[in-house]
Design a binder for this molecule. Structure first.
Ligand SMILES: Nc1ncnc2c1ncn2[C@@H]1O[C@H](COP(=O)(O)OP(=O)(O)O)[C@@H](O)[C@H]1O
Ligand SMILES: [Mg+2]
Length: 383
């Protein structure tokens, strides 16, 4: 059964009749005047100023000889300042004080140290994924995946990337969840993001069907880790395993074709300006799989934000429903696509909550909320 009654527990569209047939709506975005560019976008990332980049730094030669010239900047005249950005890898912003041109340097290994095989693989995986995304047309307005200026294994497995100005999804998500910003801003960004992801997925669809067993294996790995960390008891772990088995028997999880995924669809990895523009970054975990892996990750992040800030699952529902409904509008039969995606999303929403629950920074009482929500989402599967 595809998308029956049993799956509609949380993801009804905001107002299907009103939205059906239209793909966009355009509420005003919040922008702040800025001296030279007229608008500035607030970032959630930490941006620590490191000061002038010494000429002795291995990145310096790469920047002045290979990277800045691609932006029309005379590398010999450049005065480079470095900033460290937040992220799990070592990510830096390099700015030329003379031209104000900026680029990103992302190091998969230790900066300055030649890359190991594993580091090289991760670097080239992101490089290839970015190239592929740009080849399929995600290299211009409204879908802009960063450009790679240089890949340099010798200095720590570094990619030098186009800097994109924009505000991450996390900024508006947190502000709306905290009641500090109007919900229209979040709806608008989710519309744009749904268009970006649907375009990326639809343009890379293969004949081959998804291999859902891999996703269930991942669920098992997550619950095992949570158990090893002492966050899950034996009986709850057993319950999660049984729910995984139930999902294995749910037909819709096996029916779709594989698509190229972003692979790490978190609010920090998408940038927004006004209108439908979306900037895509961080393709290190990109791989072929089920589109609901990316879609469910966003749904899970929405649920997490509203749980965290408002202690309410229901508060996220209109946004999740809206996002899925907008995603579905990029298919010939929107209603059928919506029902199918809705039926698959709870699985990936649950794994997203479990992933978050693993983190050491999560307080015990909030972890219990995440585990409960994940279990309820998994229990929604149609028998
Ligand atoms: N090309 C870029 N343009 C603008 N900001 C970027 C760019 N690349 C990375 N950043 C910022 O740095 C952060 C970390 O970079 P990311 O590629 O996501 O690394 P990680 O794999 O460590 O998460 C991002 O969340 C984003 O805020
Ligand atoms: Mg990231």
């Amino acid at each position: 059964m595809i998308g029956g009654d049993g799956v509609e527990w949380w993801c009804r569209p905001r107002s299907p009749a009103g939205i059906a047939g239209s793909t966009t709506f355009a509420p005003e975005f919040r922008t702040i005047p800025f001296a030279w560019a007229r608008v500035r976008y607030i970032r959630t990332v930490i941006r620590e100023r490191l000061g002038p980049l010494p000429r002795s730094d291995p990145s310096h030669a790469v920047l002045v000889r290979h990277v800045f010239p691609q932006l029309g900047v005379d590398g010999d005249r450049a005065r480079i300042r470095a900033y460290r950005l937040g992220g799990s890898n070592a990510v830096f912003e390099f700015e030329d004080r003379v031209s104000c041109a900026k680029v990103i340097g992302k190091f998969y290994g230790r900066p300055g140290v030649p890359a190991s095989g594993d580091v090289m693989n991760r670097m080239f995986r992101e490089y290839r994924a970015i190239e592929r995304m740009r080849e399929i047309g995600l290299d211009r307005h409204p879908h802009q995946v960063i450009r790679v200026f240089a890949a340099v294994p010798e200095i720590g497995g570094a990619l030098f990337l186009e800097h994109l100005d924009g505000e991450t999804l996390g900024v508006v998500l947190d502000a709306v969840a905290q009641g500090k910003q109007s919900s229209g801003d979040l709806y608008a960004r989710l519309t744009a993001l749904a268009y970006f992801l649907a375009t990326m997925h639809n343009r890379t669809a293969r004949e081959e069907l998804v291999a859902f067993a891999t996703d269930v294996k991942y669920l098992r790995k997550l619950t095992r880790t949570l158990r090893e960390l002492g966050h899950l008891g034996e009986s709850t772990d057993r319950e999660f395993r049984a729910l995984g088995d139930r999902w294995m028997g749910f037909g819709p999880m096996w029916e779709d074709q594989k698509v190229l995924l972003h692979g790490d669809a978190t609010p920090a990895n998408f940038l927004f300006r006004s209108g439908m523009w979306v900037g895509g970054i961080d393709f290190e975990r990109s791989h072929f799989g089920d589109r609901s892996y990316d879609v469910g990750r966003i749904a899970g992040e929405l649920q997490h934000a509203f749980l965290r800030h408002r202690n309410s699952r229901r508060a996220a529902e209109p946004f999740i429903g809206h996002f899925l409904w907008e995603y579905a509008c990029h298919f010939p039969d929107r209603h059928a696509a919506f029902a199918h995606i809705c039926s698959r999303t709870p699985f990936h929403l649950a794994t997203t909550l479990l992933r978050i629950a693993r983190n050491a920074w999560v307080a015990d009482d909030y972890r219990a909320v995440l585990l409960d929500s994940a279990r309820d989402a998994l229990a929604s599967v149609v028998r």
